[in-house]
Design a protein around this ligand. Structure first.
Ligand code: HEM
Length: 565
């Protein structure tokens, strides 16, 4: 038996243990931001929202959609927080296209790149713009590269490269369709990857890696009964393997528990070092050639932009020109890590993204034969032929239905599903308090009706913009967002009575927006436009067998269609 003093001591000890247990559990429970909706059941368990998220993700293979489904969509609110085990702060999900657009386009002083986003790229490309917060140094770096996306540069340098690639793709598919794949669907993803690699490498670094040309030659030699080993791959073929590796490595890390750590660890592997060595080697060779050419030119000649054959030329030429004008010896560009990193990122960001969008375009054309017919009729009227239109003709033509079909492809394919921003100050989003330092997941897909929003909760800039440009989501353009309807982007001009393209019909977020929006947007738009014209004028894309049909997708770095045939 215990005496009363011992009993009291025991009770006190038990009470203390219980208090420690309760306190400990509280500390382990997910952290929450006050005033932002969340799942109450998740707040009461250490694992937060993760047990709800995993099955939805496994069922859909789309992580961004799964996050929205278990937060904003489940709660019926345009903003909600995703709760994690307490080591990580919640992620604020914003699932309202108008407000997302407002944040990225008009609220740059309040929101910047998020540390998690920067952490995704910094280990591999530490000095590229994509891996930087917005600082004066970043602004200077962006200015240096800005002109490679000018309309003039793209028309002169990129458009012919895209046209050549698209024409080679047409040649390859004609060969495939008339021989080994007669009357049977074939996977187009690899072909699009080859074509977009040729475009981006030629536009950024110069010499054509010849990926599509090599596929044509391989098929021709196969048809001629020759051994594949008889054919020597082009010099740039090694690039394809390296770019494929880095895309996969980023995608794998992206779906790991701590992506930045997974990426950092990847940089210590022999495979990563091989990638860096090979691509650095190729880029340095190209740089040396270009620098040699520019060093031998006088200042007056160096001022001529027409001598640039690729983005690297433009930047190198200006650096050498600046040094010559200042009377100093130009630094060795092959030692310029920032330049190498920037070129790496342009290659990686501009390759898979565009290849996936093109796969989506074909997928959509197969699913919407009436739209495909209308698009072809419009294009035949605009480019009567008989020869296929040139690059210049395609980029200069005023064809509103073509603009609309391309914009609708970007919207419905939703190749980039989201981006991350960090609050730089204490602020509000849709009436909810967002503390400085909080990270926001901004949903970029505009393919289903967003949850309803009380207009009074919107920011001043969001309301002002809707007053000026209208809120298309509430009108006809916002109907049936899950379907492909180019006409949602067309309006009749009251003065001329002609149909014109309205870029503001509904928010366009595939490329994000604002100062930290996609750097390569204009190139990607041009690439889709030229490819669409040449492919639609050359082929009829027939409906696929039932088992290959549909809009199902899986999300890696970008959202890819299942069965891209
Ligand atoms: C269909 C094709 C493409 C899609 C869907 C796409 C999408 C995106 C998105 C969503 C972002 C993040 C924007 C944000 O946070 O608001 C981004 C950033 C970026 N993209 Fe693209 N992109 C595409 C093509 C390209 C191309 C062709 C290039 C290069 C030539 C490129 C280079 C970049 C770069 C450098 C950034 C980082 C910009 C910065 O940090 O300031 N992208 N892209």
């Amino acid at each position: 038996m215990l005496d009363s003093a011992s009993l009291l001591k025991l009770l006190a000890l038990l009470g203390l243990a219980a208090a420690v247990a309760i306190l400990g559990r509280r500390m382990l429970l997910p952290r929450r931001y006050p005033g932002i909706p969340y799942n109450t059941a998740s707040a009461g368990r250490i694992s937060g929202d993760l047990p709800d998220l995993m099955p939805v993700y496994r069922a859909t293979n789309e992580v961004t959609r799964a996050i929205a489904d278990i937060t904003t969509r489940k709660l019926g609110t345009p903003i909600a927080q995703l709760l994690f085990p307490s080591v990580r702060r919640p992620l604020i999900v914003v699932d309202d296209p108008r407000e997302v657009e407002d944040i990225v386009v008009r609220r740059n002083k309040q929101f910047d790149r998020a540390p998690t986003f920067v952490g995704m790229f910094k280990p591999m490309f530490p000095t590229a713009t994509i891996s930087q917060f917005t600082t004066p140094a970043l602004r200077a770096q962006k200015r240096l590269w800005a002109d490679v996306m000018s309309t003039e540069f793209l028309r002169r340098v990129a458009a012919p490269n895209i046209h050549r690639s698209a024409s080679e793709l047409v040649e390859l598919w004609r060969l495939k369709a008339s021989t080994v794949h007669r009357d049977r669907p074939f996977d187009v993803h690899e072909d699009f990857k080859d074509a977009t690699l040729d475009v981006i490498w030629t536009t950024v670094v110069g010499d054509n890696p010849g990926a599509t040309r090599y596929s044509i030659q391989r098929l021709q030699s196969q048809l001629a009964g020759k051994e594949a080993a008889d054919l020597t791959p082009p010099d740039g073929h090694c690039i394809k393997e390296q770019v494929a590796y880095i895309n996969d490595a980023i995608a794998r890390a992206d779906s790991s528990v701590i992506p930045p750590l997974a990426l950092k660890l990847q940089t210590y592997t022999a495979r990563y070092r091989k990638f860096r060595r090979t691509v650095n080697g190729e880029m340095r060779r190209a740089m040396q050639k270009a620098a040699g050419r520019f060093h031998s030119l006088e200042v007056g000649r160096l001022e001529d932009e027409a001598i640039d054959r690729c983005a690297m030329d433009l930047v190198l030429r200006r650096q050498i020109l600046q040094a010559k004008k200042a009377g100093v010896t130009p630094s060795d560009p092959t030692r310029d890590q920032t330049m190498l990193d920037e070129m790496f990122v342009l290659l990686v960001a501009g390759h898979d993204s565009t290849a996936n969008t093109l796969c989506w375009f074909l997928r959509i054309m197969e699913l919407y034969p009436a739209v495909q017919d209308e698009l072809r009729a419009v294009l035949r009227a605009a480019f009567p032929g008989p020869a296929p239109p040139s690059a210049a003709e395609i980029v200069q033509a005023d064809v509103p239905y073509l603009d609309a079909a391309c914009e609708e492809t970007f919207r419905l394919s939703c190749t980039a599903t989201c981006s991350l921003r960090q609050a730089l100050v204490d602020t509000h989003v849709l009436g909810c308090p967002v503390p400085k330092g909080a990270e926001l997941l901004l949903i970029y897909c505009v393919d289903r009706a967003p949850p309803p929003v009380d207009e009074a909760l919107r920011s001043d800039t969001s309301r002002a913009s809707a007053e000026k440009l209208g809120d298309g989501l509430q009108g006809a353009p916002g109907r049936d967002l899950g379907t492909f309807q180019p006409r949602r982007w067309l309006v009749r001009d009251e003065q001329t009575g002609k149909e014109v393209f309205n870029a503001y019909a509904v928010p366009s977020l595939t490329f994000g927006g604002g100062y930290r929006g996609c750097f390569g947007r204009k190139l990607a738009v041009m690439e889709l436009r030229i490819m669409v014209v040449l492919l639609i004028l050359s082929f009829e894309f027939l409906p696929l067998p039932e088992d290959l049909r549909g809009m199902s997708a899986h999300e890696k770095v970008f959202r890819e269609p299942d069965f891209p045939a």
